[in-house]
Design a protein around this ligand. Structure first.
Ligand code: HEM
Length: 486
């Protein structure tokens, strides 16, 4: 008995030594929460926007919270974001990314592969190659939308807008980046989408390590199925320059990754490339359908585009659409930009205060809270205003201010700096082509004309573009004028 008590006391002391943390004068405000070790993990995971908003009210633009044994310094001052985004010496992107990669995809890749893999992405997703990707995306979108509409020549088809948008964009994106002439079979495509959606539904719990035993089994099974479906992708040498997926597969082989690791790496890329555009297209179409003025303005702009001149819209200027998309992403793009502190770093805040970031902690920016939803920067920030990013003369608006000072980051859906989004141009053009096709080729309306936008799934804050809780039901059919032209 006495030994049990001594052991318990020792364990208690060890626990205290390991988890105790005192705030020094140089530290940001510290909020450990009341639950030992877990700290604020529960509140953070349930609704990070609400929790971090509460912490901002309590502590200001910088504070450190304890979350599941880790100390995370949250920085919410957009004037100081560059201090984090541009520092590769003290702040590391890859460690936290590797942790998520392992948790979600059970994937471990050699550290040195990261730079090469990014160079390949830049080579294929930017510059000259981007236009051929855009053309291919346009072709696949056209065929998919046409196939969908040919089934509904006369009658309205009812569907959830989220499934409609995510499904079509996923399939077009898959065919463009992962497909070849052999594996374009539509049965496989629907099967891959179905499995992918099951995986996407488990993703947040996978990232947090909070799956229940039966969900763990399901995740294992879905991951396995997806890996098998992806197994033939990028294997065959193709002609010409070589597709991105083929070059990426070859890099994996060169660093000695076995077949299973290669397939898991492709699954990770599938999620990175397809996880955000579909949900973004959903929110945009949803906001347009529930805001008739915005819909009329975008349709008016699209009606001025000659259908024969440029089907991929590459050379067409669409400032109204661009503003509506920027506004959509301001409201729904919610990534955490997380870095691990590998060397002590002093942060000089815009208000003149200085704080020390401690080695071993994480630092996290949450642009959704500021600048995107900051009422000092954007008036009525909860409201969708399609022309928020337009000047009076119709040109793109880029001047936004906080406390009288002009902001570099007034919205930040794509991240920024060295690890900013490589697929930004492709994603914007894909969403634009999709919305253009849907609005010019279909009659599209809400099933319930008074329907409101669904709430967001609050557990997904921190993981890119948000997803809705529930659906927004639409009906659509081929436009009469299109039928006459067929
Ligand atoms: C609406 C669509 C998209 C949004 C909102 C989005 C957002 C982001 C954000 C915020 C980051 C930065 C993460 C950080 O700094 O921690 C990022 C990184 C990245 N994105 Fe996107 N993305 C989108 C579409 C795409 C597409 C279509 C691709 C590829 C075809 C892509 C590929 C990547 C890659 C590879 C990175 C990592 C860059 C690095 O390692 O430095 N994204 N994206």
């Amino acid at each position: 008995m006495i030994w049990t008590i001594i052991l318990l006391i020792q364990a208690g002391l060890l626990y205290f030594v390991l988890t105790h943390r005192k705030r020094y004068k140089t530290d940001p405000p510290l909020d450990k929460g009341v639950i030992p070790w877990l700290g604020h993990a529960f509140e953070f995971g349930k609704d990070a926007f609400k929790f971090l908003g509460r912490m901002k009210m309590k502590h200001g633009d910088i504070f450190t919270v304890r979350v599941a044994g880790r100390y995370v310094t949250v920085l919410l001052d957009p004037f100081s974001y560059d201090l984090v985004l541009n520092d590769k010496n003290c702040l590391d992107f890859s460690r936290y990314a590797a942790l998520l990669m392992d948790r979600i995809f059970q994937l471990q890749l050699p550290h040195h592969m990261q730079n090469k893999s990014k160079a390949i992405m830049k080579q294929h997703f930017l510059g000259m190659n981007l236009s051929s990707l855009n053309t291919s995306m346009g072709r696949h979108l056209h065929n998919l939308v046409k196939a969908e509409l040919s089934l509904n020549q006369k009658d309205w088809k009812e569907e959830g807008l989220f499934n409609f948008s995510y499904g079509l964009l996923f399939k077009a994106g898959y065919l463009t980046l992962f497909g070849d002439e052999q594996n374009n079979n539509s049965m496989d495509l629907s099967k891959i989408y179905k499995e992918y959606m099951k995986f996407d539904g488990l993703l947040i719990k996978l990232a947090r390590g909070t799956l229940k035993p039966e969900e763990k089994k399901l995740a294992q099974c879905v991951r396995q199925n997806l890996c098998e479906l992806l197994s033939p992708v990028g294997i065959k040498e193709d002609s010409g320059l070589g597709s991105w997926v083929h070059t990426y597969r070859r890099l994996l082989q060169d660093v000695g990754a076995d077949r299973d690791t290669q397939n898991k790496a492709l699954l990770m890329q599938l999620w990175a490339s397809q996880g955000n555009a579909g949900p973004a297209a959903f929110w945009l179409l949803g906001f347009l359908l529930t805001n008739p003025d915005a819909m009329a303005a975008v349709k008016k702009e699209f009606s001025g585009i000659s259908q024969t001149s440029d089907t991929c819209l590459l050379t067409v200027k669409t400032p109204v659409f661009d503003s509506a998309l920027e506004e959509t992403l301001r409201l729904t793009a919610a990534p955490f930009i997380t870095r691990e502190v590998v060397r002590e770093k002093t942060i000089h805040m815009a208000d003149g205060q200085e704080y020390l970031l401690r080695k071993g902690d994480r630092v996290c920016l949450f642009p959704l809270l500021s600048p995107q939803m900051d009422p000092e920067i954007h008036s009525e920030p909860q409201k969708f205003k399609h022309d928020r990013f337009l000047n009076q003369d119709g040109s793109p608006k880029m001047d936004f201010y906080k406390r009288g000072r002009k902001l570099k980051y007034y919205t930040m859906p794509w991240g920024a700096g060295t690890n900013g989004c490589v697929g930004k141009r492709l994603a914007i053009n894909t969403i634009r082509q999709f919305v253009y096709m849907v609005l010019t080729k279909c009659d599209l309306e809400l099933c319930d004309p008074n329907a409101q936008m669904p709430e967001v799934n609050t557990s997904r804050y921190g993981f890119g573009v948000l997803q809705p809780e529930g659906e927004l039901y639409i009906r659509y059919k081929l436009k009469q004028t299109m039928k006459d032209n067929e």
